[in-house]
Write a protein that binds this ligand. Sequence first.
Ligand code: FMN
Ligand code: MN
Length: 507
Amino acid sequence: MTHQPQRSRPSQRGSALNFRDFVTDLLATGDAIDVREPVSPTLEAGAVTRRTYDTRSPAPLFSALTEGAPGCRILGAPAGLSASPAAPFARLAAHFGLERDTTPSELLEKLISAMKAEPVAPRVVETGPCKENIRTGDDVDLERFPVPLLHEHDGGRYFGTYGFHVVRTPDERWTSWSVSRAMLHGRNTLVGPAMPQQHLGMIHQMWRERGERTPWAMVLGAPPAALAAAGMPLPAEVSEDGYVGALTGSPVEVVRTETNGLYVPANAEIVVEGFISPDETAPEGPMGEYHGYAFAESKPQPVFHVEAVTFRDDPILPICVAGVPPEENHTIWGTMISATSLDLLRSSGLPVSLAWCSYEAATCWLVVSIDIRRLAELHLTERQLSDAVAEVLFTSHTGWLVPKVILVADDIDITDINQVTWALATRHHPTTGQYLYPRAPGIPLVPYLTEEETRTGHGGKSITSCLLPEQFEGRTRGTTASFHNSFPADIRRRVIENWNAYGFPAR
Ligand SMILES: Cc1cc2nc3c(=O)[nH]c(=O)nc-3n(C[C@H](O)[C@H](O)[C@H](O)COP(=O)(O)O)c2cc1C
Ligand SMILES: [Mn+2]
């Protein structure tokens, strides 16, 4: 990617490409509230944020923190769900500059169309808001930020729970932006996972093989569309920066780091830069995690050295307080996995209508809806269909993240957990409908894996079919007994129109 510096100009605007605008828009629509009450970053901000997920309350912008340099703020629950029945995905949609009432399938189609489009390379600008404050060398002190202790039993304070790492291959052909957590280790060091199957770990390994440090940066308060793309399992060798340009229709404006020649979004709230040590590790964790559990152990992980930090005035540190759904590991990561999985399955010719990581299942299962008319044309058995899905999905970068798959006919709205539950209970045959893939590789963080499976990185993967036998011939025996299916249209219309007249509150 070529980087031609341009003259300094005002930063690009809008909620998708400017985190500050995203926050301002959330405040304006009531989807965030400015918490002016003094709040401690030590557990209190985490507890408030956790409760906003549970109660579907607006995102809290903590603007009077009791620790950290004056002016520093925290935004909790940047992609929590909203209480509004008309717009539960409003905050997620705002990441892409989409309407508040965007539906999951509209969002997935948007994400997929950008995967098919030509990448739009970032535009290098000379400077930007992230350079309003610059600290280098001995002046680097991460503890000046309100680095939160998120859960009581966490192994440390987490600086990076909603930011992305920037690394580039030694030959500069591929820049990776990826979300992975980072714990405070010292005043100028972080520690966190860089799994070898994830692109951060892959590129780190390339530098290690050369015996060199990995030039690295981490971006907090990034353009929301960039953060989402960094949480998206796009294939290896695909630079997320070009994808964000295609997704938003504008090149992301980036500036050169102070110290290591990488490029970072110009209007980011906070940027740390330096290198990942080739061999040094330190204990990291435990932390409350995406599957909803916290385990007791810390693990040795790579150490990230910070040689410079740059930040906006009154910077806002976004946080995800990981745990039971719905938090950003489900709303962002789960949605991005849904998009890449849907694209993969459809492109491979399988009769797939939609794919959805139910937020309620904590990114541990993917529901796939099957177009039963096309299924009938293919003359497959259930075993053949399951094996074909496993072959495509479980060998892919995105499918590595997904331990369980549920197949169901597309009369079910798979984004509605109640319909999925009903289908599982009434359509899945417990003796014949379960297909196991003990040799498939998978993410070792899944809670139910055995020690052996965690160590070898294989097993614990399944496909659960909720397809009924006759659906393989394109038929459905029973019809659904429901408001929609069991009454003629004129009666339904009358009932809806007269709802208030009957004495019920408006819906
Ligand atoms: C809020 C959030 C936190 C995440 N934390 C981690 C993490 O700590 N480690 C990790 O490997 N992936 C984590 N992910 C998932 C990765 O970002 C995701 O798998 C992404 O595809 C990785 O980028 P890559 O495909 O370029 O490797 C997180 C995602 C989100 C949205
Ligand atoms: Mn990647």
